[in-house]
Each structure stands twice: as structure tokens, then as C-alpha cells.
Ligand binder design. Structure first.
Ligand code: ADP
Ligand code: MG
Length: 620
């Protein structure tokens, strides 16, 4: 794969966050977040000072924050462009005001490391670090950036952000609202449709929700317009509050006072509960004896529900403020939106499945990079097509690909297909979502994997798993799997166009032509192997049950054919490429025909099996 050309005079996209900051670029390979030399993409927005000089930034500053509490600035963004009085009033009862002081001009400033710094100066240190990371990764000098700010930032706060950029040697070519950036990352607005979207951003220390109206480019070439209709939120509500809730519960459980260690344990437990139904934790007890405790997701949800309801109240407020508009899409931003309860309640409130395909930590930075590439005028590199550029499907038994949507299908597009299990009493199915033109999963690009769990035990081939692929108007792929009998369901979202260039699509297409014959052969052999294995299993069982009713000669001929087919299955499993598919087919066909009599006997015993793991369903 050829690497994208280095951009000369690039414009980077920067998410200057309260807790973490990121820098991203959009080049020939689409938008991506850049990482520092130790592989970090999220740079903690923390700076440590000593005698008025910044001596540590990012993780280094965050790690030692407890040790150098007085010298380390965190969350400086909350003070950006505010007056001292305003900042003090807003910090409220819970806010930390120990570093807050008034500058000579009455602005909010911070007393750290024996000197006084303005929040702009702190932000500049973070921006300089992001600029350094970008220059390191891109190998060119960077002096232009698109920087995001919350939608509720006023002119003063926006100007403070520009000033910070200037101090860092960056020209802030555009200040973009964070919700607008999130929408841009999803390609919203790029297809010439007017839409109203809600952006729900639930981070570590802040929460906000905005309603945006997208007005498509009127042909003047100025680009789409994103208008903020309304915004609401709370600058002191975030994942930290959920950690506190759980830490207090832990503290009560062991009869200790809440501590830093308990909060850290609470955060890791919270994160694990986003994935698992329960987590076993070990809490250090007061007597030095660790206490084992199981926390279930249900218990955690009961603890955090009031907080999540607060965010939903804000959603109700913002919709009202926007004039009770109807919402076309909901975009999720911020680490706390990984919590299933948050997704569920937001989905229920807006009556739409929210967008979660892009990493909620990266989506704002990615969108800033998209905006930067629009400003540079090299947007044509970004794939925003009205057709599906490459086929989409899922892996079936044996590593073959069942394509549900083929390339060049117009979007929005939808397809449904029925699948079943290949092993008796399978209680979970792993689904791998694939993209590409080749026949085998290993030759395609894996977009996502997810699991359908909790299936009732049934013989192989009996469960009916309906898989639905929906590529919506913005190119977001929603995959849902439902087992029809039990109603078990699971779903995942991805953006298939991410990270693909037009060149790459052409290469994938070329390769599929080169390998077409070999791939078809392999797919055929793998399917034959899967179906033969099911036949063999079935015939073995039927033989065992009906042997007394059969002649010795018939049994011997069936067993001969079974042995022959078994050896083909084994060869296929070892190396499908080298199997003679026609001979394999002939062996299967011979057994099929010879077993008709056995079938008839078995049907009489009402032994019915569905032989295929892959059943074609009706396309919608
Ligand atoms: P901010 O916008 O304030 O900079 P982020 O968007 O980075 O914050 O979100 C950080 C918050 O997300 C933290 O409270 C963190 O614990 C939480 N978080 C991160 N991953 C998960 C997860 N998988 N489940 C629940 N919370 C998470
Ligand atoms: Mg954020």
C-alpha cells in the first residue's frame, strides 16, 4: 500500500479539550488522529509549572499532578476568556479555586509554581505540544490549525483561544464549534441535504448538548453552513461524577473514607461495566484485608441514573429552545457515551439510534481535520460518495464471505440475510463485518466484530439469525443481528469509508480481478466442506438409528462414500486451494444420491435437519 503524499503546509485539526487534547490531519488516507512518540493520541490537558516556566505537559504533568498539586494546572479551559469574578462565581461550591487569582486586568488567572499565568498561556503550552507532535509525525513545519471550542463559548472565550494559538506559533485559520466538528467527522452535511442534528457530548468533567441545523452549500462555494440553534449543558457534570458515585459506594462497603485509590478503582470498574454485565473488584479494606465484591451493571446503572437523567433534562430543554424541531440524527461525543445506559436513554429520548460508529474520544479532532482539509481545498481526497465504494458482508463458517451489499449500490442501502449456527447448542455467534471484493474473509478488511450472546441451546442449523445491513444517508453502516426465535439481538455501527482513498479502492478492485478465479474456487471448496460436514454428521446419526432396518450392502456402500467425502473435508480444511472442487462436488453428490433412501426412512422418523449454515433470505 502506498503511503499518502506528505502534505506541504498542512492545516491540522485540534480538539483543545478540558481533560484531553488531540491533533488530527486529513490527507489522502482520510482523517486520522496523530500520536506522540509513545503512541498516545489523547494528550492530557495538564501543564506543570516551576518558577513561571512550563516544565511538563500531557501525561507527564498529569501523572505527577497529585505530587505537584499546587504547580499543576488542569482544566484551564474552564477559565478561558473569563473575568476573575465570573470564574469565581461559576466554580461554585464544588469547584477548585485554590489556584484562581485575578490578573492586573481583572481576568481569571492561575497562581502556579510561584508565578501567575493566564489560561491562554496554559492552552498555548498544550497547543505547542500538539504542534510538536504533528511536525514529528508529518515531517514538515506546521503553522496553521483549525481549533474547536464548545458551542457555548462567547466571543471573549473564542478570542482567548485564538490568542493561545498565536502564542503557540499557530494561526487559528478557523474556530469551529465542537458539535459541528463531530457532525463533519460523520460526513453530515456533505451530501447537500438540510438536516437537524443533536450532538450529545458527555465527557469527563463537562456535559453539553447542541442542536445544529445543517444548511447545504447554495452553490456559492462557501461550503455547508452549520447553525447552532440551541445549546445546553453543565460545565461541572461528567464521568467524574459517576466515578464519585461508585467510589462512595465502595467506601461505604468497606467503611472507609473515599480516597484517590477508590476513585481510580471506581473509574476502571465503570469502564469495565460498559462492556461486561458484572465486574469482580477487590477493594482494599480498612484493616488491610481486601474485600471481594461483585458489581453488576444493573447496580451501577441504578447509582448513575440520576446523573444521566440530568443530561436528558438538558436534552429536553435544548429541543424546546431550538423551537421543538424534529431531530434527524443524534451524534455521540465523549468517553462517557460508551456507557450503555447513556446510549439507551439518549436513544429513547430522541427516538433514534445515536451515532456511535466513530470513537467518541476522537470524533471532534477528526471533524476539525475534515474542516481543515475543506479549507485547504483538497477535499476531493476524502471519500464521501453516494455509492458504497466496496462490498460489505459478514464472515460465514469456514472463513468465506457472504456479501450483503455489493459495491456501487446507491446509498441509503439495506439488505437482510438469514444465517444459522454450525455447531449444536451454540449459545453465541461471533459476527465479523467485512469490506472488500475477495471471497475469503482473510483477504478482506475487517470493519468490526461483535457477538450475539444468550441464544437458547438448539441443534446446528435451527437458530435463525437475521442479519440486517443498513448504510444510511451519511454512509454510516448499522449492522443488527437478531435471532428470530429468542429475540436476542446485538448491533454495531461503523463508517466504512474511513481511511480509504480512491487509489486504495482501485487497488482492491484490481486485486479482486486478479484473484477472482482462485477466490471463487476457494469459496466453493469451503462451502462444500461446510455443507459436507453437516451431511456427514447427519448421515452418521441416521445410520446409527436406522441400521437395523438397512441391508448390509447398503450400509457398506454409504460408509465407503462417507470415508471418501470425509477425506475431502479434511483436505479442504488443511488447504482449500489445492482441493479438486469438481471431484469434491462429485463425492458429495454421490453421497447425497445414495442417502436418499436413508432420508426417506428418517423422514418417516421425523428427523429433519436444515443442512445449510447459510440460508438466503428475502432481500428488502
Ligand atoms: P473531556 O471531554 O472532559 O475531555 P472525554 O471525552 O475524554 O472528556 O471523556 C472522559 C471520560 O470518559 C472519563 O470520565 C472516563 O472515565 C470516561 N470513559 C472513557 N471510556 C469509558 C468507557 N468505556 N465507559 C465509561 N466511561 C468511559
Ligand atoms: Mg471533550
Amino acid at each position: 500500500m502506498s503511503l499518502p503524499e506528505p502534505l506541504s503546509d498542512p492545516i491540522v485539526g485540534i480538539d483543545l479539550g478540558t481533560t484531553n487534547s488531540l491533533v488530527a490531519i486529513c490527507d489522502g488516507a482520510g482523517p486520522r488522529v496523530l500520536c506522540n512518540e509513545v503512541g498516545e493520541r489523547m494528550i492530557p490537558s495538564a501543564v506543570r509549572y516551576s518558577q513561571g516556566v512550563a516544565v511538563a505537559v500531557g501525561s507527564a504533568a498529569r501523572r505527577a499532578a497529585a505530587e505537584y498539586a499546587c504547580d499543576t494546572v488542569m482544566s484551564a479551559k474552564r477559565l478561558m476568556g473569563r473575568s476573575f469574578e465570573e470564574a469565581r462565581a461559576r466554580a461554585g461550591a464544588g469547584g477548585d479555586v485554590s489556584q484562581l487569582c485575578a490578573s492586573a486586568r481583572g481576568l481569571a488567572a492561575l497562581r502556579v509554581g510561584g508565578a501567575e499565568v493566564l489560561p491562554q498561556e496554559v492552552a498555548a503550552v498544550i497547543l505547542r505540544e500538539l504542534r510538536r507532535i504533528a511536525e514529528l509525525q508529518l515531517g514538515v513545519t506546521v503553522h496553521r490549525a483549525v481549533i474547536t471550542v464548545p458551542a457555548y463559548f462567547d466571543d471573549g472565550q473564542r478570542q482567548a483561544t485564538r490568542d493561545a494559538a498565536r502564542i503557540a506559533g499557530l494561526d487559528a485559520v478557523r474556530i469551529v464549534n465542537e458539535p459541528t466538528a463531530a457532525a463533519l467527522a460523520y460526513g453530515i452535511g456533505s451530501r447537500g441535504r438540510a438536516e437537524t442534528i443533536a450532538v450529545y457530548d458527555f465527557g469527563g468533567g463537562t456535559f453539553d448538548v447542541s442542536i445544529l441545523q445543517v444548511i447545504p452549500d447554495d452553490g456559492s462555494g462557501d461550503g455547508d453552513l452549520f447553525r447552532v440553534l440551541a445549546t445546553a449543558g453543565d460545565t461541572h457534570l461528567g464521568g467524574d461524577d459517576l466515578d464519585d458515585e461508585l467510589a462512595q459506594y465502595f467506601a461505604r462497603t468497606v467503611g472507609a473514607a473515599p480516597s484517590r485509590a477508590l476513585r481510580d478503582l471506581a473509574e476502571s470498574t465503570k469502564i469495565a461495566l460498559s462492556l461486561h454485565a458484572h465486574v469482580d473488584v477487590e477493594i482494599d479494606g480498612v484493616l488491610g484485608k481486601p474485600l471481594q465484591k461483585r458489581v453488576t451493571r444493573l447496580e451501577f446503572e441504578a447509582m448513575i441514573r440520576p446523573w444521566v437523567h440530568k443530561t436528558i433534562d438538558a436534552c429536553a430543554r435544548v429541543v424546546r429552545d431550538a423551537g421543538s424541531v424534529s431531530i434527524d440524527r443524534v451524534v455521540m461525543v465523549g468517553g462517557s457515551t460508551r456507557i450503555p445506559l447513556v446510549r439507551q436513554l439518549v436513544g429513547e429520548f430522541f427516538d433514534r439510534e445515536p451515532y456511535t460508529a466513530l470513537d467518541p474520544d476522537l470524533v471532534v479532532a477528526l471533524g476539525a481535520a475534515v474542516q481543515a482539509s475543506v479549507l485547504r481545498g483538497d477535499r476531493r481526497d476524502v471519500l464521501l460518495l453516494d455509492v458504497i465504494p466496496l462490498s460489505l458482508g459478514i464472515e460465514t463458517v469456514g472463513g468465506a464471505v457472504a456479501k450483503l451489499l455489493t459495491r456501487n449500490a446507491m446509498i441509503p442501502a439495506r439488505a437482510t440475510e438469514l444465517f444459522s449456527t454450525s455447531v449444536d447448542n451454540q449459545t453465541s455467534v461471533r459476527l465479523q463485518v467485512l469490506q472488500g471484493e475477495r471471497e475469503m474473509a482473510c483477504d478482506c478488511r475487517s470493519l468490526a466484530t461483535f457477538e450475539l450472546r444468550g441464544l437458547p441451546a438448539m441443534p446446528a442449523g435451527i437458530p435463525q439469525v437475521e442479519v440486517v445491513f443498513l448504510v444510511d444517508a451519511n454512509g454510516v453502516l448499522h449492522v443488527t443481528a437478531v435471532e428470530r426465535r429468542s429475540g436476542c439481538r446485538a448491533s454495531v455501527q461503523v463508517v466504512p469509508a474511513y481511511g480509504l482513498t480512491t487509489d486504495e479502492i482501485e487497488r482492491i478492485e484490481r486485486e479482486s480481478l486478479v484473484h477472482a478465479r482462485a477466490d471463487m474456487h476457494q469459496h466453493r471448496v469451503v462451502d462444500l466442506a461446510v455443507n459436507s460436514a453437516l451431511d456427514i454428521k447427519w448421515i452418521d446419526e441416521a445410520l446409527r438409528k436406522t441400521r437395523s432396518e438397512l441391508t448390509g450392502q447398503y450400509v457398506a456402500s454409504l460408509e465407503g462414500l462417507l470415508t471418501q467425502l470425509r477425506s475431502f473435508v479434511e483436505q479442504a480444511r488443511a488447504n482449500a486451494r489445492d482441493v479438486d472442487a469438481n471431484a469434491f462436488f462429485a463425492a458429495k453428490d454421490a453421497l447425497d444420491r445414495a442417502s436418499v433412501h436413508l432420508h426417506e426412512l428418517s423422514i418417516a422418523r421425523s428427523l429433519r435437519e436444515i443442512p445449510l449454515a447459510h440460508m438466503k433470505g428475502p432481500h428488502e
